[in-house]
Design a protein around this ligand. Structure first.
Ligand code: HSE
Length: 427
């Protein structure tokens, strides 16, 4: 028998409890022995729960799980950095294997956690930490290990994908859709981490660390959110054959790792352009395997619960059959993260200028002086006395582009730079 201690009985915790109880027979058959949820840590043992539960299982003292010699496996579903990180460390130090869906502690402290798991010869698994129900961590570690994956492009945040989809389909501005999403419970009351790109940054840092067998410090991941995307941007993108998505990108280059999160114009024909609403997807290019895409629900009680229970089954099986720790290898390589200034991208720029002769040449001169070459120029609408210029550049170093924008702002004939959005075409 394998005994489990559950830390947290919120949305995902209740889902895990329910999945195990509703599928006990088939799960135990897969594991090869009985599974018993021995104790569950909650903050209030008297609170009314969405799942029917024997109160004897509940405790508000973490030691009853972390120091309990009977418990083989600890499942951390509290979320946030502390006390989750300390509990995970404690469990590992006490020779318990750990499963978590906590992207924050894996992205920030993954290196220390893996090291501790190796030293104590226990396992740490975290399939639920990235893209909820989509299997991606274990496939990257196992099924794709011979594929030389060099590029990862992900839609890793459901909240922002839902908002961008609604803006596109219903022609509404960001703020209006965000408010509706909050009322419907699709967006958190404090959506900062989702909207700003940080949530996706944690996830791409984890995927990148696994795929490129390196440690990516979350502070070195450039991230830009969707707060400034307007309906006009979405309309222009549509006219040019693109949709706007919040992309999480990680690419292995000769100089290091190009890793970032930002909104991007992507071709309407790309498979990721079809990923709408709260869905997530991960698109990979492997030198050997070619292109692969995984699609599914990136959050929620049952999708994330299913990823956690899959980890429980695998880990319980390994404990039962006394298999060595083969999943927790710590990355030893240290790839440098390439500074965003050095990355080359195509850009869409929307510049509001005075509608006067010679203004276009003032703008193109500054762009040219900074090695910004234009692929297309569109001047369709007239808002006399000003006119919007919709420009798309050829690939240009971010630093050059930013220098040209600084100079453009000093021109009297440039009223404002309304939008600067990267265009991703080479995938
Ligand atoms: N808040 C995330 C999202 C899910 O909107 O996708 C949890 O990582």
């Amino acid at each position: 028998m394998i005994k489990i201690g559950l830390l947290g009985l919120g949305t995902v915790g209740s889902g895990v409890y329910k999945i195990i109880n509703d599928n006990r027979e088939s799960i135990e058959q897969k594991v090869g022995t009985e599974l018993k949820i021995e104790k569950i840590l909650v903050s209030d043992t008297n609170k009314k729960r969405s799942v029917e539960i024997n109160k004897e299982l509940l405790t508000d003292q973490a030691e009853n799980i972390l120091e309990n010699p009977e418990i083989d496996l600890v499942v951390e579903l509290i979320g946030g950095e502390e006390p989750a990180y300390s509990y995970v460390k404690k469990a590992i130090d006490n020779n318990k294997s750990v499963i978590t869906a906590n992207k924050l502690i894996i992205a920030k402290h993954g290196s220390e956690i893996l090291k501790a798991a190796n030293q104590n010869n226990v396992q740490i698994s975290f399939e639920g930490s990235v893209a909820g129900g989509i299997p991606i961590i274990r496939p990257l570690k196992e099924s794709l290990v011979a594929s030389n994956i060099n590029n990862i492009y992900g839609i890793l945040n459901g909240t922002t994908n839902y908002i961008l989809t609604k803006m596109t389909e219903e022609k509404k501005e960001f703020k209006e859709v965000l408010k509706e999403a909050q009322e419907l419970g699709y967006a958190e009351s404090d959506p900062t981490s989702d909207i700003s790109g940080l949530d996706a940054a944690y996830k791409i840092a984890i995927l990148s660390s696994i795929t490129f067998e390196t440690y990516v410090n979350i502070n070195s991941v450039y991230s830009e959110g969707i707060e400034d995307i307007t309906l006009t941007d979405i309309k222009v993108a549509d006219e040019l054959g693109y949709v706007i998505k919040l992309l999480a990108i990680a690419k292995k280059q000769n100089e290091g790792i190009d890793i970032r999160v930002h909104p991007a114009f992507i071709s309407k024909k790309h498979p990721l352009a079809l990923v709408n609403g709260v869905y997530n997807a991960i698109y990979l290019n492997g030198e050997i395997v070619g292109d692969i895409m995984s699609y599914g629900k990136g959050a929620g009680q049952m999708p994330t619960g299913s990823a956690v229970v899959a980890d429980i089954i695998q880990t319980a099986k390994d404990i039962h059959y006394n298999r060595p720790n083969i999943y927790s290898n710590e990355s030893t390589l240290k790839h440098m993260v390439i500074d965003i200034d050095e990355i080359k991208n195509l850009f869409y720029l929307r510049v509001l200028v005075n509608d006067k002769p010679g203004v276009m040449s003032e703008v193109t001169e500054i762009l040219g002086n900074n090695q910004v070459s234009l692929a297309s120029v569109l001047q369709k609408h007239r808002l006399s006395p000003v006119v919007p210029l919709d420009l798309v550049t050829h690939p240009v170093r971010e630093e050059n582009l930013n220098n040209s924008l600084k100079e453009l702002k000093t021109l009297n004939n440039v009223k404002s730079i309304e939008s600067v959005i990267r265009v991703i075409e080479d995938f």
